[in-house]
Ligand binder design. Structure first.
Ligand SMILES: NC(=O)C1=CN([C@@H]2O[C@H](COP(=O)(O)OP(=O)(O)OC[C@H]3O[C@@H](n4cnc5c(N)ncnc54)[C@H](OP(=O)(O)O)[C@@H]3O)[C@@H](O)[C@H]2O)C=CC1
Ligand SMILES: CC(=O)C(=O)O
Ligand SMILES: [Mg+2]
Length: 654
């Protein structure tokens, strides 16, 4: 955008490219200007909130915020000239420099700032590490190719994971660039299924600190401990107590791999800046016998805290982080189901938090189910006509049931009518009212008056469900007979084995397609390869994983300043995700968009969530101008991993 007056020209720019060329362009357009102003909104890197101005006058003098000026150093211009970037709209994208107080090897050892061989010669001099790097300067593209080559020649998924996490610990910008550009290939490495193995082997492979640990021994210290975190502002925390990591059970402090993996997705898929996230393990001990005896295990080797002592510890942690960062979003992740719902119920109305396994999974599955109905040529309103068998009555199973129930009610069903659509089973069979006293209030809602204890197989044959959703963490639970019975009663059954990692999936994609002769609509928690049938048909399984919801949900609520995460927000997030699936994808049997589009998905989810926040008066941070163009506002705020010029703090302060 170019604003011009008689005496000055201001360019409003975003992102990054070449300062000198911008100035030249502006001079050409406004040759009579006596001064030029570049207003660079640094949404591009490091920050969702840095915003500063740099001004140059026509004789090449640079003034920061108009108040202080000096000549632009030649090497600085040269460096910006060489910077990669792209044009945005009619204007040049400008890389807003980051001023740093560190120097020399401190910068090279800081993964947020390090660019390794991509540091230009001017930066090497100014920041005093000339000679500490090999002389040849390469760009990010070359670096990316080298890492991709290293990953691709490696066959073991865990070794690929190690390569990527090493990069994460040394150069976050390159790490996130690779995730953004190759999400489909990288997600199974940094996330499910490989993150399961990474957690199992976390202590063995421990290298560098990442995240924070609050342990049972830290009681009374947490309010002070939060100030040990080096970043002044945190937007998103993912916290686990390690008690139910994927479907792998109690992994104690080894569960740290999950918050780290989820937050990588927050940055790459959701556009939250990496220095604004904090992975956390609440180490309350472990009941995993093997870990209690493992000499390499790094968590507390004692039984888990239980009862009031456990909840006091959780509370101390929440109060501590809220004290330092009142607006931070807390995502509860992989807490065992007995604790998960209680913690959520306690904090959900008073602070910005949600439980990903309950609510994120619920919203994601709703989107998949709506996609499935579309694929069958049915309207969303037909949701309330479905018969839904949910195997697994833990956080995930009940979370999905709650979100689907809510959606049915939004489509006009009463709660009593909607509840009749559900058949929820645990390892004792169908939840029935005869064991209400043993069920949580959330489970009790789905208990049926008749047939309590009925097996999955009997439920399928008696009630002829149209959907079979698995959240049991029991690999192979969906047998050939069960799936064939589903297909006998329903032309196009929706079959979602959602347990993670792959070894815990209730059935594989190949099994589901083969046993239904290709008629099922399939999605799984962990990814499966396309299935090639003997008759030559190819089926494309989708991945139904909460990664499609939480990054956008988090982006939306943190950008708009929401105080809580409401049920409606989950519902609109699910609809935004469902609407993103194209007719072409549906025709291929996919009910989720391709992972390569996940940043766009997250943007749409964030916008839907913000619109809901605006509707309910929760969007306290937004100006009228931002509200008027949410698409551009959210796009601008999304972190994009590109190298930003580093300058010494004394030159310009942000
Ligand atoms: N795809 C995704 O996005 C997500 C997937 N998940 C996955 O879902 C799974 C479950 O998570 P969560 O709910 O927290 O775990 P829980 O352990 O709390 O729940 C598991 C449930 O499965 C039941 N179950 C166990 N065996 C059987 C059986 N043979 N038949 C029927 N039900 C059985 C358990 O019953 P009982 O209590 O009686 O033993 C329990 O109700 C995990 O594998 C997790 O990775 C979770 C979140 C998101
Ligand atoms: C995906 C996820 O959150 C889980 O399996 O727990
Ligand atoms: Mg989880």
């Amino acid at each position: 955008m170019l604003r011009s007056t008689m005496s000055s020209t201001a360019l409003l720019l975003r992102g990054g490219n070449i300062a000198r060329r911008i100035i030249t362009q502006a001079q050409a357009q406004a040759p009579s200007s006596s001064s030029l102003s570049l207003v660079a909104s640094s949404s591009s890197s490091y920050s969702n909130d840095h915003h500063f101005q740099m001004r140059w006058n026509n004789s090449g003098r640079m003034m920061s915020n108009g108040s202080y000026g000096e000549s632009i150093p030649d090497e600085y211009i040269e460096e910006l000239d060489e910077t990669e970037g792209e044009w945005i709209g009619c204007s040049k994208k400008f890389l807003a420099p980051i001023s740093v107080s560190s120097r020399g090897s401190e910068i090279l050892n800081n993964p947020l700032f390090n660019k390794s061989s991509a540091f230009k010669s001017g930066e090497r001099d100014r920041l005093r590490f000339r000679g500490l790097l090999p002389p040849r300067v390469t760009n990010m593209q070359i670096q990316k190719e080298r890492v991709l080559q290293e990953i691709r020649v490696e066959e073991s998924m865990i070794r690929k994971h190690v390569i990527l996490e090493d990069l994460h610990d040394t150069n976050e910008t390159l790490y996130h660039r690779i995730l953004v550009d190759h999400m489909e290939e990288m997600a199974p490495i940094i996330y499910t299924p490989t993150v399961g193995q990474a957690c199992n082997e976390f202590a063995l492979r421990y290298r560098r600190p990442r995240g924070m640990y609050f342990s049972a021994d830290d009681r009374g210290h947490m309010a002070a401990m939060v100030y040990n975190w080096p970043q002044p502002v945190v937007h998103v925390i993912v916290v686990t107590d390690g008690s139910r990591i994927l479907g792998l059970g109690d992994l104690g402090a080894n569960g740290m791999g999950i918050p780290i993996g989820k937050l990588s997705l927050y940055c790459a898929a959701g556009g939250i800046a990496p220095h604004r996230v904090m992975p956390v393990v609440l180490d309350v001990g472990t009941d995993n016998e093997a870990l209690l005896k493992d000499k390499f295990y790094l968590g507390l080797q004692r039984p888990r805290l239980q009862g009031p002592a456990y909840y006091h510890l959780v509370d101390e942690f929440i109060q501590a982080v809220r004290h330092r960062w009142p607006d931070v979003l807390i995502q509860f992740e992989d807490f065992s189901s007995d604790k998960a719902q209680k913690i959520l119920n306690k904090y959900r109305d008073e602070s910005l938090c949600f439980n990903d396994d309950i609510q994120g999974t619920g919203a994601t599955t709703l989107a998949g189910v709506l996609g499935g109905l579309r694929a069958k040529g049915e309207q969303p309103t037909s949701l309330g006509d479905q018969r839904i068998l949910i195997a697994g009555a833990g956080s995930a199973g009940i979370g999905v049931a709650q979100v689907l129930l809510q959606a049915m009610m939004e489509h006009g069903r009463t709660e009593e009518e909607a509840k009749k659509c559900f058949f929820v089973a645990d390892h004792l069979g169908l939840l029935g009212t005869e064991r209400l006293h043993k069920l949580s209030p959330e489970q009790a809602k789905f208990a049926r008056d008749t047939d309590g204890g009925m097996s999955l197989s009997d439920i399928v044959n008696k009630y002829k469900p149209t959907m079979l959703l698995g959240m049991t963490a029991v690999g192979g639970l969906f047998t050939e007979q069960l799936i064939k019975d589903m297909a006998k009663h329903c032309e196009r059954p929706i079959i979602f084995p959602l347990s993670n990692p792959t070894s815990k999936a209730e059935c594989s994609a190949k099994q589901a397609f083969e046993w239904t002769d290709g008629r099922c609509i399939f999605a799984s928690g962990s990814p499966f390869q396309p299935v090639h049938m003997e008759d030559g048909r190819i089926f494309h399984p989708s991945q139904c994983n909460n990664m499609y919801i939480f990054p956008g949900l988090g982006l939306g609520v943190t950008l708009c300043g929401a105080k809580t995460v409401s049920d409606r927000m989950l519902n609109v997030a699910a609809e935004a995700l469902a609407n993103f699936v194209t007719e072409e994808e549906l025709a291929q049997g996919k009910v989720f968009p391709n992972l390569s589009t996940i940043r766009d998905v997250s943007k749409k989810v964030a916008i839907a969530v913000i619109e809901e926040a605006i509707r309910t008066g929760q969007a306290s941070k937004l100006s009228q101008r931002e509200i008027a163009d949410l698409d551009s506002f959210v796009s601008k705020k999304m972190y994009d991993p590109i190298y930003v010029p580093l300058i010494e703090k004394r030159t310009i302060s942000i």
